[in-house]
Write a protein that binds this ligand. Structure first.
Ligand code: FE
Ligand code: FE
Ligand code: ZN
Length: 295
């Protein structure tokens, strides 16, 4: 039997003049079989209307290239903080922006969006978790799309929630639209949160026991600049961080994760995107210690 194609890509910007068509072209130029994008800058709420995004042209190229559209991922901007109970205007923005973002994602015919569950900013994790649940229920009762929200596992930087599988499970259990929510597992974040990522089988068993592997929608593939439990969230290039190539490659090729899109969010090396080389090494299972020199 032929080896199944690994579903792997990276985060890619959606920039003019070609917008979505340009995003797809860029992903293909790195040899990606899927990709993740933002509908605008991740740090702000400025969004241009989706009619200008060359969505039809992008989708035509997706079809032609053999990328399965169902594996494409969108990421919500970081400024959405559904766990903030301290500042009412932050919470209002979280709701209205998530609502409009879900509509935009459905305009792309993309089926899922990754969302950071947020930070409780001093009110405590329980208050933050409840707030996140309330925001999700309110938004999902109104949005009228079928886009799934993948709650991302967080590193535990500052007052982030969603740092343990138990907290993620608590959020999922509180949402009244179970078919609309799932999880994004980030290898850097779980490392920084204190999980032993090197025991990949053990980690996935723990995820399955607490949350259920059927809830896993996306895996973010990142090395970490920091050791286990550092609570930092600083991504490193593959093989250049504390996790290392061997462990990361186990996630990429793990039989339990075959159908799940894997997305790199590693930093540029200088001005150069690292994704073509990183993906090539991961898919071939061979690490080249000098890979950065070939960019
Ligand atoms: Fe993220
Ligand atoms: Fe991530
Ligand atoms: Zn991160």
């Amino acid at each position: 039997m032929a080896k199944e194609k690994i579903i792997i890509g990276s985060h890619i910007s959606l920039a003019g003049p070609d917008y979505y068509l340009g995003t797809v072209k860029e992903a293909l130029s790195y040899g990606e079989t899927t990709f993740m994008f933002y509908t605008g800058a991740p740090q702000n709420t400025i969004r241009i209307p989706t009619e200008r995004f060359k969505i039809d042209e992008g989708r035509a190229l997706i079809k032609e290239s053999g990328i399965d559209e169902a594996t494409i991922v969108c990421h919500a901007p970081y400024i959405i903080n559904p766990a903030n109970t301290i500042n009412p205007s932050t919470l209002d923005l979280a709701k209205s922006f998530l609502l409009s973002e879900l509509k935009r994602v459905s305009d792309f015919h993309v089926s899922m969006i990754v969302l950071h569950p947020g930070a409780h900013v001093g009110a405590g994790p329980e208050a933050g978790i409840q707030s996140c649940i309330d925001v999700l229920n309110e938004v999902l009762s109104q949005d009228g799309t079928d886009v799934k929200i993948a709650i991302e596992t967080m590193a535990g930087k500052g007052s982030e929630i969603g740092v343990t599988f138990e907290q993620i499970k608590q959020i999922l259990d509180g949402v009244e639209y179970p078919k609309r929510v799932g999880v994004c597992l980030d290898t850097c974040h779980v490392n920084d949160a204190g999980y032993d990522v090197h025991d990949v089988d053990g980690l996935l068993e723990e995820f399955d026991r607490v949350i259920g592997l059927d809830k896993l929608l996306v895996v973010h593939i990142n090395d970490s600049k920091n050791p286990i439990g550092a609570h930092k969230d600083r991504h490193s290039n593959i093989g250049l961080g504390e996790i290392g190539f061997e462990t990361i490659e186990k996630f990429v090729t793990h039989p339990k994760l075959t159908k799940i899109p894997k997305i790199l969010e590693t930093p540029y090396i200088g001005e150069k995107p690292p994704y073509k080389k990183e993906i090539e090494m991961l898919v071939n299972g061979k690490y080249d210690p000098d890979w950065q020199k070939d960019l």
